[in-house]
Design a protein around this ligand. Sequence first.
Ligand code: ADE
Ligand code: ZN
Length: 319
Amino acid sequence: MIPKVELHCHLEGSIAPALARELAARNGLDLPSGLFGADGHYVWRDFWSFLAAYDRVCTVLRTPRDFGDVIYSYLAGVAAEGAVYVEMFCSPERPAALGISYAAWLEALAEGIDRAHREFGIVGRIIIICIRHLGPERALAMAEAMVAEPHPYVVGFGMGGDEAKFTPADFAPAYRLAHDKGYGCTVHAGEVVGPESVWAAIDCLPVTRIGHGVRSADDTALMAELARRGTVLEVCPGSNVALGLYPDRASHPLHRLIAAGVPVTLNSDDPPFFHTTLGNEYDKADLDDAALRHIARTAVDASFADEATKQRLLKEIGS
Ligand code: ADE
Ligand code: ZN
């Protein structure tokens, strides 16, 4: 099995339907209406209803332990597919709304990460993400909380949410703070909005990675610029096809990006929503073993792990 590395997976987006049911039962909650279809899967139609379904899943989370169990459960499952390192996008917005302190939330996540490491050897780390459609003030507050209470497992700062809202420049103060304090930075761009969104992100934000970024394939000059800078794309083909960006994997630009010299990684985004897993993304990429190992190595290089961890992972992946 090829050792795999994941740089783009959302904490709450990793909750499998069975875990959502378990957490709701444990917390004495009814499952939100309309969450599941007759087939037992999450129901949504397009990007915006997907974001709404994501919010509905979040309502089953109530305690710090719930968040810890979610990250443990994800790491355990992906370790069984050969993953050796995962950076999880974790938004402090949900625990904050529940009255859970930032420190208590992080402690629970760290417990889940430690448990998965003890049991499966997988290394988990946290990227704090803000939510774009909630606006720049909230993003700056998130970054300020992150730098005020550093934690060894919190290695980066990012942003998801509705890419059509605000502009990257609006979030420059939050990113500048995170970057100045030594956190690696990434941002979702070039997913639901075209190449201009990626240009704005690389021009205005101190990012070394772009979440998705696949719409860069519509712009030859942009692909050349990403290759020149060595900006790494966190590509999630299953997510892109599920959300209707491309009709099928054959028309997905993964191979065109690689051919243009853009560094790419493979990721699952919100796996149960998109009927995928990290292992499935590696399996369906239509790349040989050497190319997949190269992608895993690219992910280690682009990760926000410390240098010793990177060297150990690179050795484990081989060439
Ligand atoms: N949050 C969770 N998944 C996301 C995605 N694919 N794009 C933007 N925000 C997200
Ligand atoms: Zn994402």
